[in-house]
Design a protein around this ligand. Structure first.
Ligand code: UTP
Ligand code: MN
Length: 498
């Protein structure tokens, strides 16, 4: 990119420079910023440039056309110039504003033996444009996802979609490490407040090197990543996607089935297939369950659950968590946390409530896991010992509820739709930890735990926060308190979409 050199001010000639070799490039007037460069290096660079016929000013003034600095931000330099001149620099059209440059323009010019045209890569920023903030944003991305804010919608979906496919494919091949590397890069890009324009911009981002850098470059330059396109149409990837989308089927099971020749849902109907109760239910309701649950449906589900559970304990606290709490408009299931200050009130509650809902025809399938003791001293990432009911509900459709109301006959001509629901009962003092653990996203949770362990030497799970060294747990009464205990700035749920 070519930029015309800035015109010198008319008064320029009136400001004489101290003794210096003859000036060969009168249109260029350099000022080297001493801050962070140091006086000695500045002196050396000044005489180097002067010997090559450049004009270098010792004091900053309006005649300067090129401000060169090292390891300073655009904002630092602007602030410095504004303090010097006593006037704000705002407009990029201002003919008298100098170029604010990184040392790279200076070194390029010295090697060329003449002033090289200013290119985007030389600039710290452009006045009145967001480039400055952008560059700062790219340089200040924190390493852990729990130290960043990740909104639901962001600016780099094309790239993150591709990285997430690569992550999934790596997981399907049993390579957790590669899968995590792609997830981390995707998560960093989701937190960026701007759209990446070149692979060069991503060069200094945490977790975005190597293979990820190549993917980013390919998408920015060609619009697609060939490796990803090939995966999307590969039989193995498509089949693994299909099988792992069945309720009760994890990567390992899907892999085994794939090796045994399973390619489509109907292959699972083979009487020789050993299927768990979850999997049978998942296959039976597959068509409904693969249809995303809308926010509206989740809210109707919430209403239905509250109505049922409050029959047994009226002041039960019931909270919708998971993706919907993070502001998602749809999800693969609906997650609820249930608690009460009295442990007695919670005892036997789930069993009674589930039996009642079943009797009302609200349940298509359920399996309940009782509470298990989670060892505080064991550092486990997937420990979750809460009493949980994994269910498939029959959610009456809006139209059919209206029909019932109009006809006054419950169940008459009802159309229902299968919806996956998780009901989690937590002890009152574990509730903030369960809320934090079940709000997700999965990557945000993984990063919170990694941060707790590596940076604070603490074990975090959805029951509590433990100090293994002192052999004690650190109680908290809210999510905010947990973040504070970890020395983290609070991240609201809508910014946990890592
Ligand atoms: P989900 O799998 O429901 O994810 O788990 P989600 O973010 O709500 O996504 P969709 O919209 O349903 O597709 C929600 C959170 O609960 C945790 C997960 O780690 C995730 O952060 N979780 C899930 C547990 O802690 N234990 C479990 O047994 C299941
Ligand atoms: Mn969910």
């Amino acid at each position: 990119m070519m930029f015309p050199f800035k015109k010198r001010r008319k008064e320029a000639a009136a400001v004489p420079e101290p003794v210096a070799p003859p000036v060969i490039f009168p249109d260029v007037c350099i000022f080297l910023v001493e801050r962070r460069m140091g006086a000695a290096r500045r002196g050396f660079l000044t005489s180097l440039a002067q010997r090559k016929g450049f004009r270098v000013m010792h004091e900053y003034s309006g005649v300067v056309t090129h401000v060169v600095s090292e390891q300073n931000s655009f904002a630092d330099i602007l602030g410095w110039i504004e303090r010097k001149t006593g006037r704000p620099m705002q407009s990029a059209e201002d003919q008298e504003s100098p170029h604010i440059l990184d040392i790279s323009w200076f070194t390029d010019s010295m090697s060329a033996g003449k002033p090289v045209p200013v290119e985007a890569r030389h600039r710290l920023g452009i006045l009145g444009s967001p480039v400055s903030k952008d560059k700062e944003a790219l340089l200040t991305v924190s390493s852990y996802a729990c130290q960043r804010r990740t909104p639901l919608t962001h600016h780099n979906a094309e790239i993150t979609d591709a990285l997430e496919i690569l992550s999934k494919a790596a997981a399907f091949q049993g390579s957790e490490v590669r899968s995590l590397a792609f997830s981390r890069a995707a998560s960093v890009l989701k937190s960026l407040p701007l759209k990446l324009r070149s692979a060069e911009e991503a060069r200094n981002l945490v977790w975005c090197g190597g293979h990820c850098q190549a993917v980013i470059q390919e998408i920015l330059e060609d619009g697609v990543c060939h490796e990803v396109e090939a995966l999307k149409v590969s039989e193995q990837y498509q089949c693994m996607e299909l099988l792992t989308s069945i309720f009760g089927v994890g990567v390992r099971t899907a892999e085994r089935w794939y090796k045994d020749g399973v390619r489509k849902l109907s292959d699972l109907a083979d009487p020789n297939m050993k299927l768990s109760a979850d999997q049978r239910a998942g296959i039976e309701h597959y068509t409904d369950l693969k249809q995303p649950v809308t926010l509206q449906e989740a809210e109707r589900m919430e209403h239905l659950i509250k109505d049922a559970l409050h029959r047994f304990v009226p002041d039960l606290k019931i909270t919708m968590t998971g993706g919907f709490r993070r502001g998602k408009q749809q999800g693969h299931d609906v997650d609820f946390l249930i608690t009460h200050p009295s442990e007695e009130a919670l005892s036997g509650l789930l069993q009674k409530a589930v039996a009642w809902m079943d009797s009302q025809g609200l349940l298509l399938y359920h399996h309940t896991k009782t509470r298990s003791h989670v060892h505080a001293h064991r550092r486990s990432t997937h420990m979750d010992g809460h009493e949980t009911c994994y269910a498939i509900f029959a959610l009456p459709s809006l139209d059919s509820s209206k029909c019932e109301a109009e006809a006054g006959v419950p169940g008459a001509r009802t159309t229902r739709r299968a919806v996956r629901v998780d009901l989690v009962v937590t002890l009152y003092d574990e509730y903030p930890f369960a809320l934090l653990g079940w709000t997700g996203s999965k990557h945000f949770e993984r990063e919170l735990r990694r941060y707790s362990w590596h940076e604070k030497n603490l074990t975090l799970n959805s029951h509590g926060l433990y100090d293994a060294e002192k052999n004690c747990s650190l109680p908290a009464t809210s999510e905010e308190e947990i973040f504070a205990l970890l020395g983290l700035q609070y991240v609201p749920p809508t910014y946990r979409n890592a």
